[in-house]
Design a protein around this ligand. Structure first.
Ligand SMILES: [Zn+2]
Length: 494
């Protein structure tokens, strides 16, 4: 569209546009007293959040934009403050570390409503900032009800909430697509055009000891309570980013980030009376469970402890050398726990394990392999399918990581017609596509109210059976697991 057409289109909102500019001018010098963000008034708000606000109100209070003029022809953002906020967060990261910068950005993103605290469904206001409803199984497995995840691809709802621009109005020259990705766009690289309230911060990897540069941003659909989940993503910052298939030095970068996020948060609150600060775990789906092509990690504060943290699952170490220990868990699918005194060694051994597994895999015919991330292989009709899920614990600053062996060809659970969880009660298993790290470690997220309500009638034993069936569907052949374990021992001779 030409400038004169844009002007003509948005004349309909001229009063609101001028008002937004006038308000910005007025309140720049005299802030409003009633500007205390809504998230700080919610019952679940923590002491650390009040403290962070007291220190960084000048950043948290900057709204991502002043006003959006919405018409059927296009959207016009009045007062786009995202670059300014990103620059301020970068400075906080330089001064206090990655975790502190991301805590401040979490507050800013809630205040600017990129992370919604409530959602209107059929004229009813659904409060999201509440403890996530949970059902649990007999061995600690859990099913969580996270309604906001349902709206991830509902572009009308997201447009109404100023979270995402409708697809028809995207300015195509600003939309990024990667070679080999058949999705409408890369949701990370195109977020500046699509998500008007999302602030993306980019860091230079070398400054933080990482192997490459990364961008960080918050998702609008966290794994649970938006006030506490602190669910953000880190993705490869590059013209030609890696996809989830090819991931060199991935484990050590994830471990280093998890380490830095949590140590910086702890150091920041040292010397204060505050103890309720967040502990943030880092995960990667690798190439099993991802729905986005562009290489990325996810970070979040779980509301409930992951079932795989139970110590009774631990068997004797399959390898112990210097300060490294590798244990296998008594879990239906192969999970290895790596521990070391220094987190860097966890990352390095993790890189080895991931590499051994990947090279062990044989290339498979494409027709047998499902894709959920838009990926289309080029040139050959065979692809490497061995990949991994990663779970790095924030509670001990990256000194523990879990590596789950996965096969890209085994990511779906489709129960047979005659399959039951509990025949007497008539309970049938729930189908699950694209099983990722959360489900593989025993936490199933349900987005649909009716499905979750039906599960309330299940007993803990029924929930365990559901999770067990999902894990069996993604499990690998015994001989492949044995070969992997022999290869590990060969890499670290005793
Ligand atoms: Zn991208």
């Amino acid at each position: 569209m030409e400038i004169k057409d844009i002007v003509k289109t948005h004349l309909v909102n001229r009063r609101e546009v001028i008002r937004a500019i006038a308000e910005r001018e007025l309140f720049r010098t005299t802030p409003r007293d009633d500007d205390i963000p809504r998230y700080l008034k919610l019952p679940g708000v923590k002491e650390y959040q009040q403290y962070v606000y007291a220190k960084f109100a000048s950043v948290i209070r900057i709204s991502s934009f002043d006003y959006i003029s919405k018409t059927d022809e296009g959207w016009l953002i009045v007062g786009d403050h995202r670059p300014e906020i990103a620059a301020k967060i970068s400075l906080i990261i330089e001064q206090y570390g990655l975790g502190v910068g991301m805590m401040v950005l979490h507050a800013q993103q809630m205040n600017s409503q990129h992370i919604p605290l409530e959602i209107k469904v059929d004229d009813e206001l659904l409060n999201l900032a509440e403890p996530t409803e949970r059902l649990y199984g007999s061995s600690g497995e859990q099913i969580l009800y996270v309604p906001v995840r349902r709206f991830r691809r509902d572009f009308n709802k997201l447009a109404e909430m100023n979270i995402a621009k409708p697809k028809a109005l995207w300015n195509q020259p600003r939309i990024v697509k990667h070679k080999g990705d058949t999705s409408d766009c890369c949701f990370y690289c195109s977020s500046g055009e699509i998500n008007p309230a999302e602030v993306v911060v980019t860091i230079e990897g070398a400054r933080l000891g990482l192997s490459r540069d990364y961008s960080f941003g918050y998702t609008f659909s966290p794994f649970g309570n938006p006030l506490s989940a602190i669910h953000f993503l880190a993705w490869d910052y590059s013209e030609n980013p890696l996809n989830m298939n090819r991931t060199p030095v991935t484990v050590s970068d994830l471990v280093k980030m998890t380490h830095q996020i949590n140590t910086s948060i702890m150091s920041y609150f040292a010397g204060t009376d505050i103890t309720d600060y967040p502990i943030i775990d880092g995960v990667s789906n690798g190439w099993a469970g991802n729905s986005i092509f562009h290489q990325h990690f996810q970070f979040f504060q779980p509301e409930y402890e992951s079932p795989i943290k139970s110590e009774y699952l631990e068997d004797k170490p399959i390898l112990e050398r210097d300060d490294i220990r590798i244990l296998k868990l008594a879990w239906p699918t192969p999970v290895y726990k790596i521990m070391a005194e220094d987190s860097i060694n966890v990352g390095l051994v993790g890189n080895d394990l991931a590499g051994i597994w990947r090279l062990q895999g044989k290339a498979k015919e494409i027709k047998d392999v499902p894709f959920f991330d838009g990926y289309v292989p080029e040139e050959t009709n065979r692809i490497q399918t061995y990949t991994q899920n990663l779970y790095v614990m924030g509670s001990d600053f990256g000194r523990t990581a879990y590596v789950l062996l996965r096969d890209r060809g085994k990511v779906n659970f489709k129960p047979g017609d005659s399959e039951f969880i509990n025949r007497a009660k008539g309970i049938r298993p729930v189908e699950k596509e694209n099983i990722g790290v959360l489900e593989a470690t025993g936490t199933m997220i349900v987005e649909n109210r009716a499905d979750f309500n039906a599960m309330r009638e299940w007993g803990p034993g029924d929930i365990s059976v559901q999770i067990h069936k999902m894990l069996t569907a993604i499990c690998l052949e015994r001989k492949e697991i044995n070969k992997f374990e022999r290869n590990i021992r060969g890499l670290f001779p005793e």
